[in-house]
Design a protein around this ligand. Structure first.
Ligand code: SAM
Length: 220
């Protein structure tokens, strides 16, 4: 089978299961018009999965590392009840500006706080009181282990840490590949082996962008 078949199947499923979402479509369009690489945002069906997972644990506080144009942030923020908050971290001021516009398009300004700066520096300023219920890591993979270490400190017991791009088109297992992203994913796997603080699994995925996978972790 080909990735085109997967993409077509995902599109068919989405046409049945996902709402025709005017705000998200407008946000996606705005992201592309402003010249941001929208193709690196999560696909719609993963955005919906993030929203469902956050909803299923009753998340009131969500943290995201890697905002881009706020596409996944919008999905996640929609899981929040009144008074809930999503904090999302982005190093690129242009990305943050477009994300602010998109969050406004989706009428979620009151729930979303975008903090501009290198995520590690911002994470060092965040305290776990009150803790986060759900943390989504989707930035530069080279820093994944540091992000994950902070996530464990900031998430509540029983809370979720979700890390995107854990298979990277299947290159993670190919030792010939030594780019920063692949090395970053391997380092995180190494750190997670026998980590007593979390219970995790990875799941391989396919979408219009190709093959990849995510990590789902629960803080013990
Ligand atoms: N989560 C977004 C979505 O699905 O809509 C996509 C995020 S995109 C894959 C990764 C983002 O992380 C980019 O916008 C990039 O500028 C940002 N980023 C890269 N390095 C970063 C760093 N050191 N600190 C904070 N953000 C960073």
């Amino acid at each position: 089978t080909t990735i085109e078949n997967w993409a077509a199947s995902a599109e068919l499923s989405n046409s049945y299961l996902l709402d025709d979402d005017v705000d998200l479509q407008a946000a996606a369009r705005n992201t592309e018009e402003k010249g941001l690489p929208f193709e690196i945002a999560v696909p719609a069906e993963h955005g919906k999965l993030l929203q469902l997972l956050a909803t299923s644990i009753g998340a009131r506080r969500i943290l995201e590392v890697g905002t881009l144009g706020g596409y996944s942030a919008i999905w996640l923020a929609r899981a929040l009840p009144d008074g809930g908050e999503l904090i999302t971290l982005e190093v690129n001021p242009k990305h943050a500006e477009v994300a602010r516009e998109n969050v406004a398009i989706a009428h979620l300004e009151h729930k979303v706080k975008i903090i501009v700066g290198p995520a590690i520096e911002t994470l060092e300023t965040l305290a776990p009181e009150p803790p986060f219920d759900f943390i989504f890591i989707d930035a530069d993979k080279a820093n994944n282990t540091t992000y994950f270490t902070h996530a464990k400190r900031l998430v509540r017991t029983g809370g979720t840490i979700f890390v995107d791009n854990m298979y990277l088109v299947g290159l993670v297992a190919n030792e010939e590949y030594t780019d920063d992203n692949v090395v970053g994913v391997r380092a995180l796997l190494h750190a997670l082996k026998n980590d007593p603080e979390v219970d995790c699994t990875t799941v391989g995925t396919a979408c219009y962008k190709g093959f990849d996978g995510f990590l789902y972790a629960i803080k013990k």
